[in-house]
Design a protein around this ligand. Structure first.
Ligand code: NAG
Length: 279
């Protein structure tokens, strides 16, 4: 990368490739559980077919205003910014609780909730602030972050389907990078914890001294529990997004041990993960 700015286009391309590769890999390993005895040699895997289906899958996942030529004809426009997300947020905020409490035996053996619902409310608040710039969402952000802290759910290095914390910290830090004091004045302690925890997350995944993850012998990020590919994929995604915005702001991550992590270094770590996931 040298001194040049990271090209947004190459970043987007890399993300798409990561997502497709993860998708191919997950569907491949899911398929293997059922067809283990008929397992094909790797050279017989039809990558073109797998990629075609993956792209179709992602087409089906799109939200917003869909183009006329989209192939999932049963899907309609969704999440168009018409206030419907505000409605969903207000509903969740009014009737607070964990979804697993209303569907206990159906969801919990599979998708148990470990991190409460406060992180989802904070995550929704942070996104709605970004979309509307209405400071009322910052009050919800402040409140739910405090509740997370007092419930001891705080886990700066987690980001996935259950825990959104690293995402909340990085999203808010990115907003702080562009808005400065017009945002920080609304946040508890001027929002310093968001930057502190966003940087602490990056410092905790450095291959030379990882503290929130482990690296496999081949160099892939690993965290305990099943379906590991979600971990390197989600961690790579937010690390890359953070790197792009730090680069724009000409800033770097400072670790408590004195290490400086440049955006270029962050991209190199993400690249190593994408390369391994693509194998
Ligand atoms: C890393 O691996 C060690 C040894 O297996 C284990 O004790 C530790 O909990 C792991 N750390 C993380 C963050 O997964």
């Amino acid at each position: 990368m040298g001194q040049s700015r990271l090209s947004l286009c190459s970043i987007v391309l890399m993300l798409v490739v990561t997502l497709i590769m993860v998708m191919v890999n997950e569907s491949h390993s899911a398929g293997m559980e059922f067809t283990n005895r008929h397992r094909k040699k790797p050279s017989n895997i039809d990558y073109a077919d797998a990629l075609t289906k993956s792209i179709l899958f992602f087409e089906g996942q799109r939200s917003g205003k869909l183009p006329g030529n989209q192939r999932m004809t049963w899907r309609k426009n969704s999440a168009v910014y018409d206030g419907s997300l505000v409605g969903v947020f207000n509903f969740a905020n009014t009737y607070q609780g964990n979804y697993k409490d209303s569907l206990p035996n159906t969801v919990c053996p599979f998708y148990c909730d470990f991190s409460g619902f406060q992180d989802e409310l904070a995550w929704g608040s942070a996104w709605l602030y970004k979309a509307t710039h209405d400071p009322v969402y910052l009050n919800f952000l402040n409140t739910n972050i405090k509740r997370l802290e007092s419930a001891n759910y705080v886990s700066y290095a987690e980001f996935g389907w259950d825990n959104k914390e690293a995402g909340i910290n990085i999203l808010t830090t990115i907003q702080l990078l562009s808005e400065g004091s017009s945002l920080s004045k609304h946040l508890s302690n001027d929002g310093k914890e968001y930057r502190f925890n966003a940087d602490r997350f990056v410092c905790s995944i450095l291959p030379e001294n990882p503290t929130s993850v482990n690296y496999s012998k081949g160099g892939l990020i690993h965290k305990p529990a099943g379906s590991n590919m979600q971990n390197p994929a989600a961690i790579s995604f937010i690390t890359l997004v953070y790197a792009v915005h730090l680069d724009r702001a000409k800033q770097a991550v400072q670790c408590s041990d004195g290490t400086t992590v440049t955006p270029q270094r962050m991209v190199a770590i993400v690249k190593s993960q994408v390369n391994i996931m693509s194998r």
